[in-house]
Design a protein around this ligand. Structure first.
Ligand SMILES: NC(=O)c1ccc[n+]([C@@H]2O[C@H](COP(=O)([O-])OP(=O)(O)OC[C@H]3O[C@@H](n4cnc5c(N)ncnc54)[C@H](O)[C@@H]3O)[C@@H](O)[C@H]2O)c1
Length: 353
């Protein structure tokens, strides 16, 4: 059993606490937050509220510090915690740029402590469902993956709409969606093109559209929107033998697989809703197979965050290598850096990430 303290006890820390209270290998013990209201709230929830960061860092009973502040101070706090001899679980994004994460990596190596990042969306059901069908070849060779997360309510108040504090949708959601794809496809990213928008929040990207190209030619198109009143499917994936669509977080969707490539064309151009075209005329229903996806997803599962905790505990115990490594997070951050550069220059950035 490892003892954990929160550095920053805001909304996400509270969410972790609810999970950790049901988890048997890490005991949440204390919290330090600069906001007195949150300090009091931590006490109400049964935690020791540290009066200063020095008191937190010098508490010998704490093994793990969970950094859950706004993004711009993740680097500074993580390094201080590592230097105080603590293992660190940092909220995503680990840092706002790759140089900062490289400093953390050096510090973790010097102190011989585990540093990992809460890239919890690697275990989301919608992602795992898509990954399963891509990897088992159901739709053949996959050449394009589209991943979208869309809302219409803008960005919540606070640091998320302030650039210097690490706001904006690339750092908030982009980091999850890029991480999912890079975790699934361990090949180099050779090209990044991104368009960012500031529709309602002038200081940050409140919407973005990113296209990453991998060495094999596979493209991943990622969109995060806060101003979409009509949404696209969560996942839309094209393979040479079929198409997969997952509609939303509920994980409903379908796969349509090609059974007969020969059954293609009518002899003459026929009249269809598309007008006079053979190319876009409908396929005969017998030439395809439809697989309905209806795996029930009743929301975010308690066990999903526990997977991240389990992986960290196994790495501390040296039972297994760390799964969410800082080196993987570094690649994701480098892609985000290329995306910001692309958006600023309005051109594609060649990369070798
Ligand atoms: N993994 C996920 O699914 C997920 C979901 C939401 C948020 N997050 C991440 O969690 C982190 C926190 O987000 P949040 O929504 O909880 O924000 P929040 O604003 O609710 O909480 C941040 C807290 O940090 C405190 N704080 C700021 N500076 C501090 C300092 N120097 N020392 C101590 N406390 C300090 C603030 O007072 C606040 O209580 C962010 O990095 C965010 O990206 C992750």
């Amino acid at each position: 059993m490892y003892n954990l303290a929160f550095w920053g006890f805001g909304e996400m820390a509270g969410y972790h606490l609810s999970h950790l209270l049901q988890y048997d290998k890490i005991k949440p013990v204390g919290a330090y937050d600069i906001n007195r209201v949150r300090q009091r709230y931590a006490e109400c929830r049964g935690l020791k509220a540290y009066k200063s960061k020095e008191e937190l860092l010098s508490d010998p009973q704490i093994d793990i510090i969970l950094v859950a502040t706004s993004n711009e101070i993740h680097k500074e706090l993580s390094i201080e915690a590592l230097k105080a001899g603590k293992h660190v679980l940092c909220e995503k994004p680990a840092t706002m740029n790759s140089a900062d994460l490289e400093e953390i990596i050096k510090s973790a190596e010097n102190e011989k402590k585990i540093f990992t990042v809460n890239q919890n969306r690697r275990v989301n059901k919608d992602f795992l469902l898509m990954k399963k069908y891509v990897e088992n070849g159901t739709i053949g060779d996959v050449y394009a993956i589209e991943s979208r997360v869309e809302g219409s309510k803008g960005i919540p108040d606070g640091w998320r709409s302030i650039k210097s504090m690490g706001g904006g949708m690339m750092l908030d959601w982009g980091v999850h969606l890029i991480d999912q794809i890079m975790y699934m496809r361990q090949e180099k990213v050779t090209n990044v093109f991104c368009k960012m928008y500031s529709i309602n929040y002038k200081d940050v990207d409140d919407n973005f559209r990113l296209t990453m190209t991998f060495e094999s030619g596979l493209t991943a198109h990622i969109e995060v929107s806060t101003n979409n009143f009509i949404t696209h499917p969560r996942w839309y994936v094209l393979g040479n033998e079929g198409t997969l669509q997952i509609d939303d977080w509920s994980c409903d969707g379908k796969i349509i697989r090609c059974l007969n490539r020969e059954d293609k064309w009518d002899k003459e151009i026929t009249q269809s809703k598309a007008g006079p075209t053979k190319t876009m005329s409908p396929r005969s229903p017998e030439s395809v197979e439809t697989i309905i996806l209806n795996e029930a997803n009743n929301g975010f599962d308690f066990r999903e965050l526990c997977t991240v905790y389990d992986q960290m505990v196994d790495a501390i115990d040296q039972k297994a290598p760390l799964i969410i490594t800082p080196q993987q997070c570094l690649r994701v951050i480098k892609v985000m850096e290329a995306a910001f550069e692309s958006a600023e220059k309005n051109e594609a950035i060649h990369t070798c990430i």
